[in-house]
Write a protein that binds this ligand. Structure first.
Ligand SMILES: NC(=O)C1=CN([C@@H]2O[C@H](COP(=O)(O)OP(=O)(O)OC[C@H]3O[C@@H](n4cnc5c(N)ncnc54)[C@H](OP(=O)(O)O)[C@@H]3O)[C@@H](O)[C@H]2O)C=CC1
Ligand SMILES: O=C1O[C@H](COP(=O)(O)O)[C@@H](O)[C@H](O)[C@H]1O
Length: 499
């Protein structure tokens, strides 16, 4: 049930000393607090191994907020709601101490027994923590109990099933909030609105009018300190299984009969279920993998993936994936959805390009020159907006055309106006709105699609590295489109700010 207002709640963060909590969760909670979206009846218990005190955590939270917001009003009041408990994830005594503190805070802050358990720790602990929460009585209150789970949700379908079984013994599906932070991004949420609130798009949104759809999510950063995790994951599991497939599902789904989590999820599940399964030897015809070698980013030399910390010097891990997805249903038969994502690429950019089919006959260019196709570009980040690429008359006597762009920019000052994805998702969770979290059925279908590709890749030694840092990936990714008469629309030339 979605609460109209923010209810009182205790938020227990497992992994309170970690990177995610510091960079994302504390600033997001502070934004909610400052906007009045966090009830004054709230308290946070930070949980991790190191022997911190309440004061140390408060200092840490204060620093984390002040790093991103210089004029943080009422910061002292905000941090006074934070408490800390050193913890051993597999020891019941630790949970009993947590329960006692939680019960005390229930009284102090009038929390009505409402509890959000946010698991921001390595995934191997998710199942154990969920089980202890029940066995040791942390869920024995009258309020709501919601489990927020960070990615990755499993390593493949089998491990995801196992994890799901363990947490479902404690929490019902409705109380499990599997985070995919792309679903909290403003322009990802806008996909549905663009599609279903505009009479000009929905009639064209099918294989009669769309020639192909391209989704690019490129990063300039390398793996940073996450080499250990990334070696077990790679770009396919890290980005495609979740974020990229979620965007595909939102772009391809049928209009839901109403905007409830259940109806939207059910439409997304149908898309994921209609993804053409790609078998063994056919995989190279549909998917390309890459790994960055040394190169240059912003004029600075950077090392290759195999030289990164905690990375095997003969690593077979993909830091880049490009793929062609086919959705075998009536609406999308024959329309390729091209996706690509990678680290150490030319630009930090997430964009969706919907390329419409050419008009049947070109009246305007009699000779060799072609009309540009109409494109609808959805700028997810760092700019947020929409651009429609059209053809118009070139000024002058001749009846010639020139490309024009109709542009809507959501953020003229990038990052300032739009709430951070985590802020929105935390707020949704407080209100009990699970629309922008992934349901188990979506997770399972995504893993079963991705598993076939990862198993095939694991069985073949790749010729890595195959792209230089600072480029847009291996040449095979360009060939994937060229062989079908398409090309990747360059993310840098499509910028909303250029219009
Ligand atoms: N960082 C990011 O940008 C993103 C992270 N995620 C996900 O979020 C989760 C956390 O990531 P991140 O913050 O980067 O990880 P970190 O390694 O920075 O933090 C891990 C946290 O877990 C705690 N911890 C580790 N082992 C134990 C233990 N045995 N008992 C109790 N606490 C323990 C650590 O505390 P201590 O050392 O004090 O024990 C620390 O607070 C992961 O699932 C990750 O995949 C998802 C998307 C982005
Ligand atoms: O989930 C992840 O996402 C980030 C990219 O997120 P973005 O919001 O900056 O696009 C990626 O760097 C990371 O490897 C992955 O785990």
């Amino acid at each position: 049930m979605i609460q109209a207002e923010t209810p009182a709640s205790l938020i227990m963060i497992f992994g309170a000393t970690g990177d995610l909590a510091k960079r994302k969760l504390y600033p997001s909670l502070y934004h909610l607090f400052r906007k009045g979206k966090l009830s004054e009846h709230f308290a946070v218990i930070g949980v991790a191994r190191r022997p911190w005190t309440d004061e140390v955590l408060r200092e840490h939270v204060r620093d984390s907020v002040l790093t991103s917001i210089k004029d943080a009003e009422n910061i002292e009041e905000f941090v006074s709601h934070f408490y800390y408990k050193p913890h051993d994830v597999s020891d019941s005594q630790s949970y009993i101490q947590l329960k006692n503190l939680a019960n005390e805070l229930d009284q102090t802050y009038g929390l009505e027994g409402n509890r959000i358990f946010y698991l921001a720790m390595a995934p191997e602990f998710f199942g154990t923590i969920a089980e202890h929460l029940k066995i040791d009585g942390l869920t024995d209150t009258n309020g709501f109990h919601r489990l927020v789970i960070e990615k990755p949700f499993g390593h493949d379908l089998e491990s995801a099933k196992e994890l799901n079984k363990r947490i479902r013994n404690v929490f019902s599906e409705n109380d499990i909030y599997r985070i995919d932070h792309y679903l909290g991004k403003e322009m990802v949420q806008n996909i549905e609105v663009i599609r279903f609130a505009n009479a000009i798009f929905e009639p064209l949104w099918n294989n009669r009018f769309i020639s192909n759809i391209q989704i690019t999510s490129s990063e300039m950063l390398g793996v940073e300190e996450r080499g250990g995790y990334y070696e077990t994951s790679g770009a396919l599991r890290d980005m495609v299984q979740n974020h990229m497939l979620q965007m595909v599902a939102l772009l391809a789904m049928e209009p839901p009969i109403r905007l409830t989590p259940k109806e939207i999820r059910s439409e997304k599940v149908k898309v994921l279920g209609a993804l053409r399964s790609i078998e063994h030897d056919d995989i190279p015809n549909f998917f390309v993998r890459g790994q960055y070698g040394p190169g240059e980013i912003n004029g600075e030399k950077v090392i290759g993936y195999r030289e990164e910390q905690n990375v095997n010097e003969e690593s077979n891990t993909d830091t880049y994936v490009a793929g062609k997805l086919m959705i075998d249903n009536f609406r999308w038969a024959g329309v390729p959805f091209y996706i690509r994502t990678g680290k150490r690429m030319t630009a930090k950019s997430t964009k969706i390009v919907i390329q419409f089919k050419d008009i049947p006959m070109n009246l305007y260019y009699k000779s060799e020159k072609d009309l540009d196709p109409n494109l609808l570009v959805i700028h997810i980040q760092p700019e947020e907006g929409i651009t429609l690429h059209l053809n118009a008359k070139d000024t002058g006597q001749m009846m010639e055309t020139t490309p024009v762009k109709l542009n809507f920019s959501n953020n003229h000052a990038p990052g300032l106006n739009t709430p951070e994805a985590y802020e929105k998702l935390l707020f949704d969770c407080l209100r009990g709105d699970a629309t922008n979290f992934t349901h188990w059925d979506e997770v399972a279908l995504s893993w079963s699609f991705v598993d076939k590709i990862s198993h095939y890749w694991e069985s073949q030694k790749a010729k890595f590295p195959n792209y230089s840092a600072g480029t847009m990936g291996p040449k095979e990714a360009d060939e994937l489109l060229e062989k079908e008469g398409f090309k990747w629309w360059p993310v840098t030339d499509l910028d909303v700010k250029d219009c």
